[in-house]
Ligand binder design. Structure first.
Ligand SMILES: NC(=O)c1ccc[n+]([C@@H]2O[C@H](COP(=O)([O-])OP(=O)(O)OC[C@H]3O[C@@H](n4cnc5c(N)ncnc54)[C@H](OP(=O)(O)O)[C@@H]3O)[C@@H](O)[C@H]2O)c1
Length: 341
């Protein structure tokens, strides 16, 4: 840390997939971190973003804030649109308002679900890409992004990261992600056919959870420098390499074959909903991240597939039964795999 960096970073949503990884990465960089959950947990205090007074008291005690709180995922937000609005939209506004009031710089986590189906003629996706979210998740996250910009711009520095599809686990034993890649790896570990929703050509960008977490400290550092203007900045946080879902399945099946010597089937299935338009292109431009923040998501999907299949299949294949049980749970959640989270 340099002298201009803050002493204490508050992290909202610290019990979550991204929040936990962010807390660990910030601590590794030498920050003192004050984590908060959204509900009662033994390890952290609860700071509900819907409660203005609680948020305000929390923000008053930190030097910079990371908002990784959210109601995350298409199904969760469809099932509870009022909570999605209150947490992702109005809650983000409340957090930004508290930061502005206390003069605390803010790193806000959002999602490329705000983009919806991009127009391929518009070129690679950046923060400036037109937003046309097609889901309650995307709409409420967009409301949050816009609220952060409106409330902070000109008053306190903020950075919003719209992350692409996050995959991987941060630590051994930590929960895996919910991306299509994590799903395929679970199935491969259980010797199960990889099921792909038709047409399978739908594209996505995949970014490792450690790379998302690693992007947060540089943002805090930039925002906390004495020279930083009180402006609102936005970035798409992705790897910059798009894959079709079929391609991801093919990479996992090829990795499985290398490790076991046996083929793994890939089966195309009818999608759960035919209303959703297919995302035919999803190219993300990571250049602004590199040039403006020095952030460079480096982990590759193929490396991760190799590492995870090695870990899960090993030499003896003893993990298979456990993986099968895990898959039973996961199968019921797979209706929107391949969609941004
Ligand atoms: N996961 C992805 O693939 C992905 C991709 C792109 C962007 N993102 C973005 O990254 C951020 C974090 O996502 P995630 O995957 O880590 O989500 P997650 O695992 O579902 O965690 C959500 C976190 O938010 C907290 N929370 C829920 N309701 C809250 C409330 N009312 N007030 C305060 N905190 C509340 C939860 O606390 P409790 O444990 O107490 O409920 C939990 O700590 C979100 O902004 C999401 O849009 C995620």
């Amino acid at each position: 840390m340099s002298e201009t960096e803050p002493e204490t970073v508050g992290v909202l949503g610290a019990t979550g997939y991204v929040g936990r990884a962010a807390v660990a990465a910030l601590r590794e960089r030498g920050y003192e971190v004050t984590p908060a959950a959204g509900s009662d947990h033994e390890e952290f205090p609860a700071v509900d973003v819907r409660e203005r007074g609680t948020v305000r008291a929390f923000v008053d005690d930190v030097d910079a804030l990371v908002n990784a709180a959210g109601l995350v995922g298409i199904d969760a937000c469809e099932a509870n649109p009022a909570a999605a609005l209150e947490i992702n939209g109005l809650g983000a506004a409340t957090v930004a308002w508290a930061c502005t009031r206390a003069d605390v710089p803010l790193v806000h986590l959002s999602s490329v679900a705000t983009v919806g189906v991009p127009d391929p003629d518009d070129g690679p996706i950046t923060a400036a890409t037109e937003r046309r979210p097609g889901t309650a998740y995307g709409r409420t996250k967009l409301l949050g992004e816009r609220a952060v910009r409106t409330v902070t711009d000109g008053r306190v520095p903020s950075i919003t990261y719209s992350a692409t599809n996050v995959y991987g686990r941060r630590e051994p034993g930590a929960p895996a992600g919910n991306s299509v890649l994590d799903f395929f790896l679970e199935r491969a570990a259980a010797d199960e056919t990889l099921t792909v929703h038709r047409p399978g050509t739908q594209e996505l960008d995949l970014v490792h959870v450690r790379d998302v977490a690693a992007a947060i400290a540089p943002a805090v550092e930039v925002l906390s420098s004495d020279q930083c203007e009180p402006e609102a900045r936005s970035y798409v946080l992705g790897r910059g390499r798009s894959y079709s879902v079929l391609e991801v399945a093919g990479l996992v099946a090829a990795g499985y074959r290398r490790r076991t010597g046996s083929p793994l089937g890939i089966e195309l299935r009818a999608p759960p909903s035919t209303d959703e338009p297919t995302v035919e292109r999803f190219d993300v431009d990571p250049e602004p991240l590199r040039s403006e923040l020095g952030v460079d998501p480096e982990r590759t999907v193929s490396e991760w597939i190799g590492t995870e299949l090695e870990r899960r299949l090993g030499g003896t294949r003893t993990g298979t039964a456990t993986a099968k049980e895990g898959n039973e749970k996961r199968r019921s959640q797979d209706s929107n795999l391949g969609q941004p989270r």
